[in-house]
Design a protein around this ligand. Structure first.
Ligand SMILES: Cc1ncc(COP(=O)(O)O)c(C=O)c1O
Length: 480
């Protein structure tokens, strides 16, 4: 039983979990003295027998829980999701645009947005985020960038914005909402990392507050619910709810786990009753940790000094993004040391940065352990700054055929150096900055080839590609 074994082993290691899910191994339930299903998991795992509601046509407990969630998060309607925010993103995008319609998306959006573009057979129009070249991270999208794209593509149906980004950066969503709505389009938000915003005024405003028509939130990432459980919220008269329900039913399993649904309801209840004070604590501890980390030579913790630059209008104070560029230690190496020597597991790392997801499940002790460990790691650095990548990301290349067409075309795998001029058959995403350099259907140019080689040479992880060393690449067979 290799899966169970790996879970038990990781649990027994007892690492400080600076990663999702936000209940932090159930620690939050201990904090609020609530015994959430812990002892009775299997006895509660059941299907839609009489007395148990149906997610796909809710009339009882699920309907009531969704109504309570809508009230707590400030939505007109809330739909519980058991296939993650990915299923919310698929549904909200496909409910907003017909095949062949244009949709405006940031080039650094999550792969689920690209997935919706492929499944919905949509025409993507890319907008470029601002990039912080010093940290090597793609940050927010400027409202002016959205405005120019909308002026050029007046026939687009909707705009998608990631708010906040994985690193905690928030674009000026309120201004973007005004621009989008003035053109009669829909604003769809990927708020996978921002479900907690609704529960404390010291956090950035929630997407719904800023004017989003729909927003998909991974409650499991930053609030205390179980992995895979998310919510899609709607606050708009512009959204066709019946059409949205069709896609939710198409995309999600017909056997939803009621334990996941119950965990969403529990997260809502905890946040409604105790959320503000629990969040006050972790905001204070995060701010303390940020100050302490900034005293460590060679380390920098992303903070309010960057607001107003790189498309950042606000930052999530609970997200701890540490840049190690000036210490001479790579983010990937720091993440490995933290796990091996200090029993601390981060959410992710890239060449220069490590990222911790902190949530209401964390204790003050967790933050103190992280700061102590980073002091020790900082002191062991060479102090020789790493040369940042010469370009943080590349502009989109020419879309030769639509991404969905490329998925169905016959492909062949060839040497990357021989692929220039060919049409790419896969997604190639250097991390950092996490922006696809190539999407299926895009022409591989000399420029993108050289950029990708540089990324590989500098040790940047290539995500999405079948060969992560990029010696080979899948391209569309000629004749298509
Ligand atoms: C920015 C962003 N959007 C969407 C998703 C998808 O969320 P889920 O894993 O809940 O499907 C993720 C997951 O990591 C993400 O980081």
């Amino acid at each position: 039983m290799p899966i169970l074994k790996s879970l038990v082993e990781y649990k027994e290691e007892g690492a400080v979990p600076f990663h999702m899910p936000g209940h932090k191994r159930g620690d939050v339930y201990k904090k609020v003295d609530f015994n959430f299903i812990c002892n009775d998991l299997l006895a509660l795992d059941t299907t839609e027998v009489p007395g148990i509601d149906n997610l796909h046509c809710p009339e009882g407990a699920v309907s009531e829980a969704q109504r309570l969630a809508a009230g707590a998060f400030g939505a007109d309607y809330s739909f519980f999701l058991i296939n993650g925010t990915t299923s919310g993103i698929y549904s909200m995008i496909m409910a907003s645009a017909n095949p062949g319609n244009k949709i405006i998306i940031p080039r650094n959006c999550h792969r689920s947005v690209y997935g919706a573009v492929i499944l919905g057979r949509l025409v993507p129009v890319y907008i470029e985020p601002e990039t912080d070249n010093e940290l090597g991270i793609a940050m927010g999208v400027e409202p002016g960038t959205v405005e120019s794209a909308l002026d050029e593509h007046r026939d687009a149906k909707a705009v998608v914005i990631t708010y906040p980004t994985y690193y905690g950066a928030c674009s000026d969503l309120k201004k973007i909402a005004e621009i989008v709505h003035s053109r009669g389009m829909l604003l769809l938000v990927d708020e996978a990392h921002g479900s907690h915003f609704a529960f404390n005024k010291r956090l950035p405003m929630s997407a719904l507050e800023a004017g989003a028509d729909m927003t998909s939130q991974s409650i499991h990432k930053t609030l205390p619910s179980m992995t895979q459980s998310s919510i899609l919220h709607v606050k708009s008269e512009r959204v066709d709810i019946e059409r949205l329900k069709v896609f939710l039913q198409l995309i999600q399993t017909t056997s939803p786990s009621h334990i996941l649904l119950a965990s969403l309801d529990a997260a809502r209840a905890i946040m409604q009753e105790k959320g503000r004070e629990l969040l006050d604590d972790i905001i204070d501890w995060s701010n303390w940790a940020r100050n302490e980390i900034n005293k460590i030579p060679g380390l920098y913790c992303l903070g309010p000094d960057r607001i107003g630059k790189y498309g950042i209008s606000d930052l999530d104070p609970t997200r701890i993004t540490v840049n190690l560029g000036a210490s001479g230690i790579s983010g990937t190496k720091a993440e490995a040391i933290l796990r091996k020597d200090f029993n601390i597991q981060m959410e992710m790392s890239d060449l220069y940065n490590i990222v911790a997801i902190t949530s209401v499940g964390d204790s003050r002790d967790n933050y103190e352990r992280l700061v102590r460990a980073l002091k020790s790691i900082g002191n062991s650095g060479t102090g020789k700054a790493k040369a940042p990548t010469s370009r943080a990301f590349l502009k989109s290349t020419e879309l030769s055929i639509m991404p969905w067409e490329a998925v169905y075309c016959e492909k062949e795998q060839i040497k990357t150096e021989e692929s220039i001029g060919r049409i790419c058959g896969e997604m190639i995403i250097p991390y950092p900055p996490g922006i696809p350099s190539l999407m299926p259907g895009e022409v591989i140019t000399q420029e993108v080839y050289e950029y990708l080689r540089l990324c590989v040479e500098q040790g940047i992880k290539i995500s999405g590609a079948s060969d992560n060393k990029l010696e080979k690449v899948w391209v569309i067979k000629t004749g298509h």
